[in-house]
Design a protein around this ligand. Structure first.
Ligand code: HEC
Length: 135
């Protein structure tokens, strides 16, 4: 009985690790929503809406991962050389940084910088899509 429970816990812990294609699509949809939320916040000049959208975006982009078979590559050199992993890590980091800039600049009343960060995020989304959408 105890053993079965342990196994169950163990397997669910293992499953929690795997980032699936379905997870990715869900996070993508959250990010698309967050982007329109941020935009709405800009239009209504509403800091709360912008902050909430930027935090949601940050939260989702931190979860986004390349396909498992690439991250599970045993040989570190091959993994390092793997273009998709390197490429997507760079882009997700940039998006996270820009989301933080939106948070800070909009709160400070610096609309031009907040908008610029937003535009840069948009470019990063499209950049990844044009290169990696076939995952
Ligand atoms: C690291 C690469 C990467 C980045 C960065 C990225 N995407 Fe995606 N996106 C993908 C991939 C890959 C798919 C296709 C998902 C699949 O079918 O596995 C996708 C699909 C989508 C979809 C369609 C989801 C669906 O319902 O099928 C939306 C919407 C989306 N992305 C929004 C965004 C937004 C908004 C951003 C920027 C904030 C963004 N993506 C940034 C890789 C990325």
């Amino acid at each position: 009985m105890k053993k079965a429970l342990l196994l169950l816990l163990l397997s669910s812990a293992l499953f929690a690790e795997a980032y699936t294609k379905a997870d990715r699509i869900k996070d993508m949809q959250i990010m698309a929503e967050s982007m329109s939320q941020i935009q709405t916040g800009f239009f209504y000049n509403n800091n709360e809406i912008v902050q909430d959208g930027a935090l949601k975006l940050s939260d989702a982009i931190r979860r986004v991962q390349p396909p498992l078979e690439e991250t599970e590559e045993k040989d570190p050199m091959t993994r390092y050389m793997n273009q998709k992993v390197v490429f997507s890590n760079k882009i997700t980091k940039k998006i996270d940084q820009k989301a933080k800039i939106i948070l800070e600049r909009f709160k400070a009343g610096d609309m031009p910088q907040a908008i610029q960060a937003y535009t840069k995020i948009m470019k990063q989304c499209m950049e990844c899509h044009s290169q990696l959408r076939t995952w």
